[in-house]
Design a binder for this molecule. Structure first.
Ligand SMILES: [Zn+2]
Length: 248
């Protein structure tokens, strides 16, 4: 474990401290950044909220002006899959969010290199079970959990829950850090590199061997490659968010 501790400290110490101009982003403001999964990252969605509590959308629809498609938010969980949508299966029994390992949460936070808010982070895949723990650890951030098993979870401070297809339905440059878990393919890395801000990190857990050449081809700088974990940093500075965020 000693070598692992050293690794985490090294990544943590190299974290950048870019000051972001956004205030704390709650889910309802996050909806301003969601894009149409069918039409692509140039097409934002319009929120029609039916129930909002504590600035979180519990029930509503996000509609696309371009293709007229609607994406539902039910029970605070957003479904951004392109129709026809099959019913989501019941959350798997081994997806357990109650007994979160604090050391694991700290480890993920160190990989992401984000020590304080404001800002938004994205966790895709099974590691999204740690989203609430990460939001609490860092403070002042909104963590988007992109994982179907989150459908049964309660609303919690700093966590937005949703499911999508292979495309991450957000404008470019929307996240300070991205964490990919579960099966990660080349498309996932393409998308992660697109939606992370300049100098933001893309972390891949259980990274397949191909992930290393993929991130290099995308122009990301590899910071760590060890024990199945790949940490890379977006170095491009010319990629700016496509929209000016309202309310910040
Ligand atoms: Zn559309």
């Amino acid at each position: 474990m000693a070598c692992c501790t050293l690794v985490y400290r090294r990544v943590w110490a190299s974290g950048h401290s870019t000051v972001f101009r956004y205030a704390l982003i709650m889910h309802i403001l996050l909806t301003d950044r969601i894009t149409c999964p069918r039409c692509g990252p140039g097409f934002g969605l319009i929120l029609l909220a039916h129930e909002v509590r504590d600035r979180r959308v519990l029930d509503g629809d996000l509609g696309c002006f371009n293709c007229q498609e609607k994406y539902p938010v039910r029970g605070g969980f957003g479904d951004f899959r392109i129709p026809p949508r099959t019913p989501l299966p019941s959350p798997s029994a081994d997806f357990e969010t109650e007994s979160v390992d604090g050391e694991e949460v700290f480890r993920l936070g160190a990989f992401l290199g984000v020590t304080e808010g404001p800002g938004t982070l994205l966790i895709k895949g099974p590691a999204a079970r740690l989203a609430a723990g990460l939001a609490e650890l860092i403070g002042g951030v909104e963590v988007v959990g992109l994982e179907p098993n989150l459908i049964g979870e309660r609303e919690s401070e700093g966590v937005s829950r949703m499911v999508a297809g292979s495309r991450i339905p957000f404008f470019s440059g929307s996240f300070r850090g991205i964490l990919l878990s579960g099966e990660t393919g080349e498309r996932d890395l393409d998308e992660a590199a697109r939606v992370v801000v300049p100098l933001g990190r893309v972390v891949v857990l259980e990274a397949p061997p191909e992930a290393f050449p993929w991130v290099e081809a995308l122009g990301l700088k590899v910071l760590l490659r060890e024990e199945g974990v790949l940490v890379a940093q977006q170095e491009q500075t010319e990629t700016l968010p496509l929209v000016t965020l309202r309310g910040f």
